[in-house]
Design a protein around this ligand. Structure first.
Ligand SMILES: [Cu+2]
Length: 351
């Protein structure tokens, strides 16, 4: 509500200024001063540039300072510290350049506005200046790009062999996760196996999939490497966990992955933020359809012992859906095809 009032006030002030300005011009015409090629508009526009510069700078700093906690969340992963530092170095450099160039741009528009009798100085070129403003940005940008490239190489390097492997599966409009169970191996999957029961299309007839479990909540252990194996069912989604500074697209037909080490448990973070209801979240960061906003999953970071306890309590998907394999065998395309062939019909078995 307050924002609407402020917006209306701003529109009103601009309308009043325009009206005053028009009235002033009209008065000048009546007085017979319309011979002045610029009138007062030039001065007014020059002054408005300065007003915009000063108000804009104040608003920029006030917003950045007062809303700081809304656009920065505490870091909770090892590599997150690296990306956070990179982010702030880049932001500091680009903000400084942005402020200097824009301050000069707006100030000059006012300072060098048209004045009668004042002639513009013709300045063709200056090689030294050209060298300086080509060389310095080139060096700074190369430094920023290379540091980002090395950090990314480091972050996306091969996951340690002891990493906890968890599958993250995105679909319109939710996330599912799958854990390998006691054997430590995720069973294979195939989109052709997706149906209303087997939403992830896991090949549950494969021995590695027999103990896989699909929990309601995603749990991960603190201080241990976690490898997310990411898949999508329908369109491109994006796995985004802001506290871990983690983002990776979930692409149908193209498995992706990301590994990281969480450094703070959910309880640690609740204490740090002073919010007893604190929850880590996994949200979709790719606009993927009309219910994109609802693609949010809770992630719980446990201490190692609690994580192991939670894992041991989980029941495999097959034990919760005992009839699945029998049903599949009865209705699988190959089975149907064979039966129909027996009855003499021509069928395509390449499904
Ligand atoms: Cu999405």
């Amino acid at each position: 509500m307050m924002n609407i009032v402020i917006l209306l006030a701003a529109v009103l002030i601009v309308a009043i200024l325009v009206t005053i300005f028009r009235a002033h011009t009209l008065v000048q015409v009546v007085r017979g001063k319309e011979g002045d090629p610029m009138g007062t508009s030039n001065k007014v526009n020059g002054a408005l540039f300065m007003v915009f510069l000063i108000l804009g700078t104040v608003a920029f700093f006030v917003y950045s300072y007062t809303e700081f906690d809304r656009y920065t969340v505490p870091v909770a992963s090892e590599h997150g510290e690296v990306t956070f530092k990179l982010f702030w170095i880049t932001t500091a450099i680009t903000t400084a350049v942005f402020i200097i160039t824009n301050a000069v741009l707006f100030y000059f528009a006012w300072r060098y506005r048209y004045k009668e009798g004042q002639k513009a100085h013709f300045y063709s070129h200056n090689n030294t200046l050209e060298m300086i403003w080509t060389f310095i940005p080139a060096v700074v940008l190369t430094g920023l790009v290379l540091s980002g490239l090395f950090a990314w190489q480091d972050i996306t390097s091969k996951a340690p062999a002891n990493a906890e492997v968890i599958e993250i599966f995105g679909y319109q409009y939710a996330w599912a996760s799958r854990y390998p169970g006691p054997d430590g191996k995720l069973g294979p999957s195939d989109y052709k196996l997706i149906d209303s029961d087997n939403r992830l299309g896991v090949d549950f007839s494969n021995p590695n999939a027999k103990d896989d479990f699909i929990p309601r909540e995603i749990h991960i252990p603190k201080g241990e490497p976690v490898l997310l194996k990411i898949r999508a069912r329908d369109v491109i989604h994006s796995v985004y966990m802001p506290h871990f500074r983690l983002q990776m697209n979930a692409v149908p037909g193209l498995p992706t992955q990301f590994w990281f080490i969480p450094t703070k448990s959910t309880a640690d973070m609740a204490a740090e933020t002073g919010n007893p209801d604190f929850q880590y979240e996994l949200v979709c960061n790719k606009i993927c359809g009309k219910a994109h906003f609802s693609m949010r999953a809770i992630v719980v970071v446990d201490e190692k012992e609690d994580y192991e306890k939670w894992k041991a309590e989980q029941k495999s998907w097959l034990s919760k859906n005992p009839d699945y394999l029998a049903n599949i065998e009865a209705t699988s395309p190959v089975q149907v095809a064979v039966e129909e062939k027996v009855s003499g019909e021509e069928v395509n078995t390449s499904l």
